[in-house]
Design a protein around this ligand. Structure first.
Ligand SMILES: Nc1ncnc2c1ncn2[C@@H]1O[C@H](COP(=O)(O)OP(=O)(O)O)[C@@H](O)[C@H]1O
Ligand SMILES: [Mg+2]
Length: 280
């Protein structure tokens, strides 16, 4: 397998006729971990949802290419099959489908030759990853995310990532709702995926997760764009000084994309589930 490349060029998107993404440029290659940081309301989740094809967001310009193929022309499930994976900030519950059935079907949908995923191999892999994530042994047999605690949902997203082995994973605030131990476990899990065949875009509001996962590149998002990029030193400076100095440096008075708060709108993003990626 070769090193995957995700190329985002001048990506612009609207929601309800408001422009949220205002020209995002970013390249993520296999072997690299990129962190996108930024205050709330700057467009981070919108970027993730737009890449994955959430119907709420309309692309009005730019391109997203995975290994040279235009992702924006693909249906949502094709995006999943092509090797993109999104761990949602707000994973949705799918009653009636068990976690392990979901995983098996998703893996099946991904298999190029359409052959069944061998059951023993599947179970062995599932057990191994459930242990690595220190998850409750019964979680695979429960309905997808139904009644899961916030932390369990997040671990479950990581379980899906480990089973599906995407080329590029986008993890949206995977750290929110995790306690210190869970953060370490999730951090170790992401680190264990590191290889030239896997690239990762970590969206995080805090730097706590980055104590466990060392990013190669750090980007700051404000006003629907990446306004600053650097390495670990950028993350450390944000950790001690916050974002104010960046705003001053760039002459930004309000970092948000839309100058109003819409908590209702935010929650609706949760309706884009991993299940959409595999038409389950
Ligand atoms: N589903 C939606 N409906 C309407 N507006 C939205 C929706 N999602 C996001 N927005 C708008 O886009 C802005 C950026 O939101 P979001 O991408 O969630 O930011 P972040 O993840 O950086 O906190 C929000 O302030 C909101 O105004
Ligand atoms: Mg967000």
């Amino acid at each position: 397998m070769s090193q995957p490349v995700l190329n985002i060029t001048d990506l612009r998107a609207t929601v309800e006729d408001k422009e949220i993404l205002k020209g995002v440029n970013l390249t993520v290659k296999g072997g690299e971990i990129h962190a996108i940081m930024g205050p709330n309301g700057t467009g981070k989740s919108t970027l993730a949802s737009t890449i994955m094809g959430h119907p709420k967001f309309e692309v009005i310009g730019g391109s997203v290419q995975l290994d040279g193929e235009e992702v924006l022309d693909m249906e949502v499930d094709e995006r999943g099959r092509s090797g993109l994976f999104l761990a949602m900030q707000y994973p949705s519950e799918v009653p009636g489908v068990t976690n392990s059935d979901f995983l098996r079907q998703a893996m099946q949908a991904q298999s190029e030759d359409g052959k069944d995923v061998p059951i023993f191999k599947f179970i062995r892999e599932l057990d191994k990853n459930v242990s690595a994530l220190e998850m409750n042994k019964d979680l695979p047999h429960r309905y997808l995310n139904e009644g899961f605690s916030g932390g369990e949902k997040k671990r479950n997203e990581i379980l899906q990532m480990m089973m599906l082995k995407p080329k590029i994973a986008i993890l949206d605030e995977i750290d929110s709702g995790l306690d210190v131990d869970a953060m370490r476990i999730v951090g170790n899990a992401v680190n264990s995926m590191r290889s030239s065949e896997f690239g990762c875009l970590l969206i995080t509001h805090y730097q706590r997760l980055l104590d466990h996962i060392e990013p190669d590149y750090v980007h700051v998002m404000m006003q629907g764009r990446i306004v600053k990029s650097g390495g670990k030193e950028l993350m450390k400076r944000i950790d001690t000084e916050g974002y104010e100095w960046i705003k001053q440096e760039l002459g930004i008075t309000d970092e948000r994309v839309v100058i109003e708060d819409e908590p209702k709108a935010r929650e609706s993003i949760g309706s884009c589930a991993t299940s959409d990626m595999f038409k389950i």
